[in-house]
Design a protein around this ligand. Sequence first.
Ligand code: KG4
Ligand code: ZN
Length: 345
Amino acid sequence: MLDGKTIILGIESSCDDTSAAVLSDGVLLSNVMASQEVHRKYGGVIPELASRAHQQNILPVVQQALEQSGVALDAVDAIAYTRGPGLLGSLIVGTSFAKGLAIASGKPMIEVNHLQGHILSHFIKVPGRESDHPGFPFLALLVSGGHTQIVRVDDYLDFTVLGQTIDDAVGEAFDKCAKMLDLGYPGGPVIDRLAKEGDPSRFRFAKPHIEGLDFSFSGIKTSLLYYLRDRLKEDPDFIEKNKNDICASFQKDLIDILMKKLIRATEITGIKDIVAGGGVAANSALRGAITSEGERRGWRTFLPELRFTTDNAAMIAIVGYYKYQKGIFCPLDAAPISRAADYNL
Ligand code: KG4
Ligand code: ZN
């Protein structure tokens, strides 16, 4: 406690970003991130290298987060850490660090579901800025490198998955498209940028027909692969000549798939508070589509600040804050889970 406020230290290490953050009654005091450049040259995250980089980064990142917040470790009320889902080796680093710190400092530990963090990032309060929060119940479109879901949120800790991908995540589709076009990793931001200069109606790729609110992205990826293979036979420079249009068209198709199911979910549930979360929520065309569809349909839409779309510890700490208020802690023998489908971790 500091001046009667609840202080939460958050630790995130589920994939390739090491991050630590400090919140005071949900207000952001610091959010330090160390991204791992090492994966770029391999065109994707290499789990062994990710664990090693977390191991190198975690102590300095946590120290910096405490220093920047101006809060001493003594004043921290609880240590919230990502228990899953994510890469097991990466999660082990954050979990073990949180345990060591908990034992050394005598502070309780709170386990956090990474996906819940992406969704509740909308409740992080930024000093000096009034922000509008979604009301319950709301629908979350969770779009990241590992997940694609529509989630109904009835309270801070009451989540129901209404639909999810049956194969690839939408972020993976962005990244794989970028790989086919030789654009580097992660591909999403590059496609976003190139698509701005391209014609989204130039090419059409095969769209999935999936029942209900579930998604599929593997078919459209294969459709792009075959399309490129055939065109390259006729013209080896096809990609180079049409890069922007391919990006714009493929991106439009991905967004259409997401929006169709999101609209369906609002019709089924009648819920009109809509939030987006996860790395792909940084995509400018998706943000535009949610905003304009919201205006047309009378939704209240909430798009996260760009710094809260990528993996960060502030989102882990905000979940920790709500769990702390309910007295939900975890035992010291908690082990990471790579596939944590259960939101009620
Ligand atoms: O949430 P996140 O940082 O990590 C996971 O939990 O997976 O999401 C990473 C994903 C990557 O697939 C990346 O390509 C994608 O988010 N991404 C984007 C954009 N920025 C990041 N996809 C499309 N447009 C963007 N601007
Ligand atoms: Zn994430």
